[in-house]
Design a protein around this ligand. Structure first.
Ligand SMILES: Nc1nc2c(ncn2[C@@H]2O[C@H](COP(=O)(O)O[C@H]3[C@@H](O)[C@H](n4cnc5c(=O)[nH]c(N)nc54)O[C@@H]3COP(=O)(O)O)[C@@H](O)[C@H]2O)c(=O)[nH]1
Length: 847
């Protein structure tokens, strides 16, 4: 029977006197108690174990085992610790009472007793024992909680010198309750000597002045364990008197270890375990202070591994990581104990040489470092020959603080790289100008973001089939006060380096989306907007969320937003790049691979990335009309893109010949100065409203038949004119005879004639005036080595030449005049050519 299942209170009376037992039964049972009897100590123990009573009445003087022994035994049992045991003693038997308490009795009753009061006394004892049990339970919970939190509590009364320490205080200090009284002196036993003064001082202040304290200090447990504890204490006062001191003691060793680890990581590079930029800056600052005191110099070497990217790209990142670790180890062995070798990012290491006096110390140190790279590195199965370039700056000459010294060493490193790698370069003042300019630019750029000094220009993209503008590319410009309009190449790299590209890129995207929507609302329904996204922006910003939000806020449909990304976004962490690109595709935006051909990869490798458009870099387009390689590479890119179901945009189209080439090789879209430069918003507005466009496909093929006749009696000039007009794609006939020229005019559909026939009577004019008579619609240009007014007026009056140019002529102007002459010819003959009636003439390149 357990206590929980009993519904009556069971009283066990242990007494050898049957009369007493009977009186107890008579006194208690009518009051609802159940009384169990035992006639000896032994019987009493057995009955306790069997019946689990709620209270025991125990006579002290019994034959055999007396009440004291019986009480002790019961207290020794597992269940016997808390049961109330009331001993029955003789009147005034003080000694028995003391002995009974020592044996563990809860209370006593003296015989003879007043039996009527017995039930009240039993009830009272039961209630008191329940309260005690509750207290014991909550004390146990507190002890348990303190154990979990490694916090103990203590109290001390200065007046009575009584103290209390919770079990956790003992556990934390590693002390035993039995031989360490809960007093301050016991705590001092485990405090190391150097910690004692501050403990004593704080405790005395608390005790005498009531000043609270919070102290972290070490302890050494008796078993030798070292721990760190936090003590917090306060004084409780009553009417100004300090009555109690109390406090907590917490074991914070683990927390301190974590904090130390975090601090270590904040100051060290996780891959190589070398100090990072933080710690390096600290050390440089300390070293500067030391150099100042000692009147010495100090040096900073900035290292960058040559062609590290090649290792990463070709052998993978794990190999790259292993190489960096191996380099770190070599640098440690190549330097002295007092030098600091740090890794400050990627393949960049810095070595700080603390205070030195002789200037050739640096030289020796640099050579030792370069030598450390003389033998190859074994990385996995690969034997890698790696070199490094080094830039060196010296304190105080090249900078007065850590940041400047690192910058000047970096500038020197840049110069070492330029010199051809695997070498070192000391910083010079000329490099400084560059560094200062860079710093000034960085500062101005930060201000520019805040002051909204940026604006967008827009460059049209033209569909090569229809000739219509089908989109624009947003291009960032910085209108720098006092300087003017700054092109992005001058500040985007810096914006990338400093992270400013993130807010800047967001502004570009949002502004461009709003503008695209505005143009659509104005009637340019199919106009799409291309925005450049830089590699850092792609990696750092939550680009997917940003695009979603820019589309939502502007109301632009996703299909009209085109993101132009270069291959550099795919280079690092390809898996994440693919995932992000897929998410962008799910939104519905168009993805364009920008500057194609300038990076490292081939189109087939790019199959794994979900691009829709390939933008052929302008370096290829420049060459299409004058280099076999340029032309065949461009054709291959177009063909491969076609096979991968991507469309192509050619950028940097500047001439009619390039346009003709791209058009006849099935490139889909063109962008370039030939049609229009990037324009500020008002000009772009005007271009769109005017409906300016290129000739369509058919018209261009007509146009490609533009036939030019060169009449020239100097062979060298004739050859150079032939070369000059080659890129423009004209069909060119040339002759040195005016008669032959006229014959040719009869055979071929010549649109423009350029004549340079020296100076007979009225040189050059005669054939041209004949032409005027025979073919008035053919546009005539005259070149001449003579500038007499008579000649010019003759040319204009007699031959009605469109242009009269004297030698030496400006090639660019001449080409421009010939292009305009063809447009003039085409306008004149439009009525005669039904194909040209349907569309306006081609827009000239806007300047
Ligand atoms: N991350 C961002 N990058 C941007 C942003 N805006 C521009 N850029 C990038 O800066 C680079 C230079 O741009 P820009 O000076 O505007 O030059 C563009 C055109 O003006 C130029 N272009 C166009 N047609 C011709 C031409 O016929 N000839 C010729 N010599 N240049 C021409 O090409 C640039 C466009 O390049 P692309 O983006 O590759 O189409 C440039 O790399 C921009 O990408 C921005 O907001 N964010």
């Amino acid at each position: 029977m357990t206590k929980e299942t009993k519904d009556v209170t069971v009283v066990l009376i242990v007494d050898d006197d049957a009369m007493t037992r009977m009186l107890v039964v008579e006194a208690l049972e009518p009051e609802g108690f159940k009384v169990e009897e035992a006639a000896s100590g032994i019987e009493g123990i057995e009955a306790f174990q069997r019946l689990q009573p709620d209270i025991i009445l125990l006579d002290v003087s019994m034959p055999g085992m007396d009440g004291f022994a019986c009480c002790k035994r019961i207290r020794g049992l597992l269940d016997g610790k808390r049961i109330p045991i009331v001993v029955l003693t003789g009147n005034d038997d003080d000694e028995s009472i003391t002995q009974a308490f020592e044996a563990g009795a809860t209370d006593f009753l003296s015989k003879p007793m007043r039996w009527k009061l017995l039930p009240h006394r039993v009830r009272y004892l039961l209630r008191a024992s329940e309260a005690l049990e509750d207290l014991a339970r909550s004390e146990a919970s507190l002890t348990y909680a303190q154990g979990l939190a490694h916090v103990g509590n203590w109290e001390y009364s200065p007046e009575s010198a009584d103290g209390y320490w919770s079990p956790e205080v003992y556990r934390i200090l590693g002390l035993d309750e039995s031989n360490s009284p809960p007093r301050f002196e016991s705590l001092l036993q485990v405090a190391p000597n150097d910690e004692q003064p501050k403990l004593i001082y704080s405790f005395m202040n608390l005790r005498t002045e009531g000043i609270s304290y919070s102290l972290e200090h070490r302890i050494t447990r008796p078993n030798g364990d070292e721990r760190i504890v936090l003590q917090q204490a306060e004084a409780l006062r009553e009417q100004g008197r300090i009555l109690t001191l109390r406090g907590t003691l917490q074991d914070i060793t683990e927390r301190k270890m974590h904090e130390a680890r975090i601090e270590y990581l904040a100051n060290h590079d996780a891959l190589t375990d070398l100090p990072n930029r933080n710690l390096l800056s600290d050390r440089i600052t300390q070293s500067i202070a030391h150099a100042n005191r000692a009147g010495q110099h100090m040096a900073v070497m900035f290292l960058d591994l040559d062609r590290f990217k090649f290792v990463n790209d070709n052998f993978g990142h794990p190999a790259g990581d292993n190489l960096l670790k191996a380099v770190a180890a070599r640098l440690k062995t190549a330097t002295r104990e007092e030098d600091t070798v740090a890794r400050i990012g990627g393949d960049e290491f810095v070595i700080m040489l603390p205070a030195f006096s002789a200037s050739d110390d640096t030289d020796t140190a640099v050579r030792r470092v370069l030598d450390a790279f003389s033998s190859p590195f074994l990385v996995g199965d690969h034997t890698l020959h790696v070199t490094t370039s080094i830039g060196v700056s010296i304190y105080p000459e090249d900078g007065g603080n850590s940041e400047t010294l690192l910058k000047t060493a970096d500038a020197a490193l840049y110069s070492a790289k330029e010199k051809g790698r695997n070498c070192f370069q000391l910083y010079t003042r000329e490099m400084g100008v560059q560094v200062e300019e860079q710093a000034e630019l960085e500062n101005a750029l930060r201000q520019a973001v805040v002051r909204h000094e940026f604006e967008l220009f827009y460059q049209p993209k033209v569909d090569l089939k229809s000739g219509q503008v089908n989109g624009v590319e947003a291009l960032l410009r910085w209108r720098r006060p006092g300087v003017g309009l700054i092109p992005p190449d001058s500040f985007i790299p810096l914006a990338e380096e400093t992270g400013l590209i993130v807010p800047l890129g967001e502004w570009v995207l949002r502004t461009a989306c709003v503008q695209a929507k505005a143009w659509q609302v104005a009637g340019h329904l199919e106009l799409s907007m291309a925005v450049n996204v830089s590699a850092r922006q792609f990696r750092q910003q939550n680009i997917v969320e940003l695009v979603r939000s820019a589309l939502l806020d502007s109301g632009l449909a996703a299909e009209y937003l085109e993101l132009e990304l270069t291959e550099s976004v795919l280079m690092r962490d390809r898996q994440t790049a693919v995932k992000t690109l897929r998410q962008l595709k799910e939104i519905g935006v168009v993805l364009t691979l920008d500057d194609f051909g300038t990076g490292y990869s081939s189109l087939s490798y790019l199959k794994e990335f979900p691009f829709d458009v390939v933008k052929i870099d302008k370096s290829f387009i420049t060459d299409v009309t004058n280099s076999v390689d340029g032309a065949s590479l461009t054709k291959s890119i177009i063909a491969m893109a076609e096979s991968l179901h991507m469309t192509t945009v050619a950028e940097g189209v500047e001439t009619e010949g390039q346009l003709g080439f791209l058009s006849s090789n099935r490139c889909d879209t063109m962008q370039g100065y030939y049609f229009s430069r990037p324009l500020p918003i008002e000009e772009m507005d005007a271009l769109l409203s005017a409906g300016t466009h290129l000739l369509d496909d058919n018209q261009r093929s007509e146009q490609l038949k533009r036939t030019l006749l060169l009449v020239c009696n100097d062979e060298e000039i004739q050859a150079s004119l032939n070369r000059l007009f080659l890129p423009d794609g004209y069909q060119i006939f040339s002759t040195n005879s005016p008669l032959e020229a006229l014959e040719m005019l009869a055979i071929y559909p010549v649109g423009v004639i350029v004549s340079d026939l020296g100076k007979p009577e009225i040189p050059g004019i005669d054939p041209l005036s004949r032409v005027r008579g025979l073919y008035p619609h053919i546009v005539r240009i005259m070149l001449s080595g003579y500038s007499e007014i008579q000649l010019a007026t003759g040319a204009i009056n007699e031959a009605a030449v469109y242009k009269f140019l004297t030698k030496p002529w400006d090639d660019r102007l001449l080409r421009q005049h010939v292009g305009e002459s063809f447009r003039r010819y085409e306008a004149r003959t439009m009525g005669k050519n039904p194909k040209q009636d349907t569309k306006p003439i081609s827009a000239p390149a806007l300047k």
